[in-house]
Design a protein around this ligand. Structure first.
Ligand SMILES: Nc1ncnc2c1ncn2[C@@H]1O[C@H](COP(=O)(O)OP(=O)(O)OP(=O)(O)O)[C@@H](O)[C@H]1O
Length: 310
């Protein structure tokens, strides 16, 4: 079994906590990511995917819970001395490559920023050569170093975003909807580039997206989020062939979710998806129904799902 690289334990991210406009963007989720794998995270707009990624990488302080990366408890003040390492090892690629690239800086300086921050180059010659190497890695070239981000197409900008992330030799990349803003043909190029880089450099990815087919293509395992909860987590093929949570089923069949009280499946008569509560008050949690296939369900449903699956 591959080594566990990232552990998310009971992570919560509430905005405006305790106020009438409180949003439980991430509501007590737990999962692990293993070295070298790609975990896809899907779910409809507003379900908490980006907030999960942003909290993992410490753009937000966690409301509660733990993010443990390679032994570093990243939201714990006691880990202060290890955060520089964490900040280098974990990088993020954003949905809108243009908004995330400073329009006033040349590509050379955008990509070299991380090299400078982490003291990874000795002089300007080495700095330029490293940037050129990175540009070539993502399918661009030396001439591009002296241009500005607005001079590039959407796909090229995303390549710049990837080059910037790679500059500091990361181990783990959170790709937050990296292809959503791109044309379909360009989406495939960027996904293939990410796959190649993973093989070459042994990277680990958290790949956040709406598009299920692309997520299936790139991911080893897929997690499904719904109203801030992780409702299902399974190997990609297994999730597609045997979705067990009604929300995953509705996503895969492209059928809109029915009224919360609708009896969607035999095993979920009492589930209220808007409150994440069972009307009969049963405790619900992520339970492993078949090896590696986790479903957010009650004890009673768990038994039924297991019986159906065997
Ligand atoms: N800074 C913030 N302050 C208050 N609420 C926020 C903030 N950021 C996100 N939210 C809310 O948290 C919830 C989750 O948002 P998030 O962006 O994580 O969802 P998402 O699944 O990534 O959506 P999308 O696919 O549209 O990017 C939403 O209800 C959103 O409005």
């Amino acid at each position: 079994m591959a080594e566990k690289l990232l552990e998310i334990k009971n992570l919560k991210q509430y905005f405006n906590q305790g106020k009438p406009n409180e949003v439980r963007a991430v509501d007590d989720i737990s999962f692990d990511i293993y070295k070298g794998e790609t975990l896809g995270l899907v779910g409809e707009s507003g379900c908490g995917k980006s907030t999960t990624g942003r909290t993992i990488i410490r753009l937000y302080d966690a409301t509660d819970g733990q993010v443990i990366y390679d032994g570093i408890n990243v939201h714990d003040k006691k880990s202060k001395n290890d955060l520089k390492t964490f900040n280098r090892k974990m990088q993020m690629i954003f949905q809108d490559p243009y908004a995330s690239l400073n329009p006033r800086m040349k590509v050379l300086d955008i990509i070299a920023e991380g090299l400078d921050i982490h003291g990874l180059v000795k002089n300007s010659k080495e700095r330029k050569e490293r940037v050129v190497e990175l540009l070539e890695t993502v399918g661009l070239n030396r001439e591009h170093a002296d241009r500005y981000a607005h001079e590039f197409s959407g796909g090229q900008r995303q390549r710049l975003g990837i080059a910037r992330a790679l500059a500091v030799n990361p181990e783990f990349i959170i790709a937050d909807e990296p292809i959503s803003a791109l044309d379909v043909s360009i989406q495939a190029q960027v996904v293939n580039l990410l796959k190649e880089l993973q093989e070459e450099k042994g990277l680990t990815y958290l790949f956040i997206a709406h598009d299920l087919s692309m997520v299936k293509y790139i991911s080893d395992r897929i997690g499904v989020m719904y109203f801030g909860k992780l409702v299902e987590l399974a190997p990609a093929e297994d999730l597609y062939n045997n979705p067990m949570h009604p929300y995953t089923q509705s996503l895969l069949s492209a059928i809109p979710l029915p009224d919360p009280n609708y009896e969607r499946t035999r095993v979920r008569k009492s589930y209220d998806p808007t409150s994440h509560n069972y009307q009969d008050g049963e405790e619900i949690a992520m339970r492993e129904v078949t090896p590696g296939h986790f479903v957010y369900c009650s004890e009673k449903e768990f038994a039924t799902l297991q019986a159906i699956s065997n």
